[in-house]
Design a protein. Structure first.
Length: 567
């Protein structure tokens, strides 16, 4: 048994910042961060383009108020406005805190933090460190955690939460390096497990870990998930792998080109062109491909071009060095000399665990922060650069709430929770007659979601996708882990994660079918208009007796009334 006051699950930007903010204020608390991967390998490290804050270093007229307006408009008016105002007003302070911790931001000639334009933003507001912003933030936070002696246990896969009488007691996890199962007793548990766009498998920009474990664990407790149908498709994933080419590449001036050599964004967003919000650019690319103005290679991959050549060698090497390397390594294309073949890729999950502004869930002692949570500040479509901000702001607010309001009385750990997980693992190891393999089912799940619940959706395709997911769930009862070893058993790991992803996939498709309108990233060919009368509301999906139930919750509109979203 492991014992602590606060267990934080996830060592990405959200988890580490939250741990740090608690540790700075309460030295008496025993905080442990659990992570499936080594902390600096968390997905935050992949963030390329930057983090938004209205510092007004480049455009003097920018302000947190304008940042809030852009965010709300970008969200297609589904964001809760009080939370958005809070996030945007805290943004400059958080960036300076990061700077003072030693984050090496790129600089302007005058020494101030540099800011670049990003999609859907009225001003150049995205603070960056070349095209490695997440990497430098994560390294800085990790160093600070070491400095504050925060205990981090990695290669530890959390499998379930332990709760009773409307209170969290702890969790159960697998030490992946030994194969040993552990019960963890904790008065407060903070979930910071990241997003779940990897359920789209190789149609995604996300790392292998982003399979929605935290969200699935919460749904098993019967707690609400919010706006799960809103999946962000980033316009520029590399053609074959879905690996991301940052929006910063268009922020620096990159063009999107079809097979006529045309900058086609002029038809879809004449004023913002390539820097329209992601949902609009993704649909534009998919429309070009569908209408025959894309390219197709000999392997059948369809794509358009992102052209950076006119930016010149110096700018590409200075500001987009990683993009150059990724393009060479994964596409065999050098962007200084050739255009990059790209296509939209499942990138970010706007929905997640329903929380209040301090990350609290309805279960006493349980918090959720970062991409696994839905506060909601991104509504139906997140603006680029707002997620790194979200994980920091709400990581901090949760920490402050824990410090001020959480109760740390000790509870007994419920041993039966451990036994239940033991049984589940033993069953996965059992040889079965019609055995199924996790990686094969994952690939099928990704294909089903991409074609049924992708950039363009309609009722028939989504219903078919739902049936197919239900069938996959049935087949998953025959999952058989053939590798019987205890140490770093990746087959076991992905079998456990697949069971979570299948639950999550259903929680995405059910509200997607019922939301009979188009809003932000949720675009329906059969309901192409936004319908504020019937759907200006959050979807809430909750598990009751093993079945998902859908309900709706009011959107908090305090200042900006919904208007037509034009760019
Ligand atoms: C390629 C890419 C580029 C991006 N670029 C930008 C950008 O420029 N600007 C921006 O604002 N946003 C960007 N984003 C989005 C942003 O990076 C993420 O939303 C954000 O980093 C998520 O942080 P997090 O702390 O919530 O989760 P993560 O950083 O994903 O961390 C999740 C943590 O949870 C742990 N974990 C997960 N499941 C378990 C489990 N079962 N048991 C134990 N531990 C577990 C993992 O080990 C990890 O430590 C980008 C996203 C991608 C995919």
């Amino acid at each position: 048994m492991i014992d602590c006051d606060v267990a934080i699950v996830g060592a990405g930007g959200a988890g580490l910042f939250c741990a740090l903010e608690i540790a700075k204020r309460r030295k008496d608390l025993n905080i442990i961060v659990f992570s499936e991967v080594f902390p600096t390998r968390s997905h935050t490290g992949a963030a390329q383009g930057g983090v938004n804050a209205a510092l007004a270093n480049v455009a003097k007229d920018d302000s947190p108020e304008k940042h809030a307006y852009d965010t709300i408009k970008g969200s297609d008016f589904l964001a809760d406005q009080e939370a958005v105002f809070k996030m945007c007003s805290l943004a400059p302070k958080i960036i300076y805190e990061l700077e003072h911790m030693g984050t090496p931001f790129s600089r302007l000639e005058n020494g101030k933090i540099a800011q670049r334009p990003f999609g859907g933003a009225g001003f150049p507001r995205t603070c960056y460190s070349a095209d490695k912003t997440g990497h430098v933030i994560l390294q800085t936070l990790y160093e600070q955690c070491l400095r504050h002696n925060i205990k981090i246990i990695h290669d530890f896969l959390v499998l379930d939460l332990v709760a009773s009488e409307n209170r969290i007691y702890g969790l159960v996890g697998l030490d992946f390096s030994t194969g040993k199962l552990w019960g963890v007793r904790a008065s407060v548990v903070v979930l910071a497990t990241g997003g779940f766009a990897k359920i789209y498998w190789n149609r995604s920009s996300n790392c292998l870990g982003n399979t929605g474990d935290g969200v699935a664990m919460v749904s098993r407790l019967g707690l609400p998930l919010k706006d799960m149908e809103f999946i962000q498709f980033h316009p520029t994933g590399l053609r074959r792998s879905g690996i991301l080419v940052t929006e910063g590449a268009r922020g620096e001036g990159g063009y999107l080109i079809n097979n006529q050599g045309e900058r086609f964004m002029k038809k879809y967003a004449p004023s913002k062109m390539e820097l329209a919000p992601r949902d609009i650019v993704s649909r534009a690319i998919e429309t070009e491909i569908r209408e025959g103005r894309g390219f197709k290679d000999e392997e059948g991959f369809e794509y358009v071009y992102l052209d950076l050549r006119h930016l010149g060698k110096k700018k590409i090497l200075e500001r987009l060095a990683q993009i150059r390397e990724l393009s060479i390594d994964f596409e065999g294309v050098n962007p200084i000399k050739e255009p990059i073949p790209i296509r939209p890729t499942a990138h970010y999950t706007m929905g997640g665990i329903d929380t209040d502004i301090n990350g609290k869930t309805p279960l006493k002692g349980l918090y959720a922060i970062g991409e696994c949570a839905c506060v909601s500040v991104h509504g139906a479509n997140r603006l680029g650069g707002n997620s790194l901000l979200d994980i920091l702001v709400f990581g901090k607010l949760a920490a402050l709430d824990i410090v001020e309001n959480a109760s740390f009385e000790k509870k007994e750990f419920l041993a039966k929770a451990l036994a239940k997980v033991e049984e589940k693992i033993a069953f996965l190891f059992e040889d079965k007659k019609h055995s199924e393999n996790a990686f094969k089912l994952y690939k099928e799940l990704g294909d089903i979601l991409w074609s049924g619940v992708g950039v363009f959706r309609e009722e028939k395709g989504m219903k078919e996708a739902m049936e197919k997911i239900i069938k996959l769930k049935e087949r998953a009862k025959n999952l058989t882990v053939k590798d019987k070893s205890d140490v770093f058993n990746t087959e076991l790991l992905f079998s456990l994660k697949l069971l979570n992803s299948l639950e999550i996939a259903l929680a995405v498709v059910i509200p997607a079918i019922e939301r009979k309108e188009s809003r932000g990233s949720h675009y329906r060919l059969d309901y192409p208009k936004r319908d504020d009368k019937n759907f200006l509301k959050h979807s809430i999906i909750t598990k009751e007796n093993g079945e998902y139930k859908l309900s709706w919750k009011e959107v908090q509109i305090t200042k900006y009334k919904p208007e037509e979203r034009k760019y």
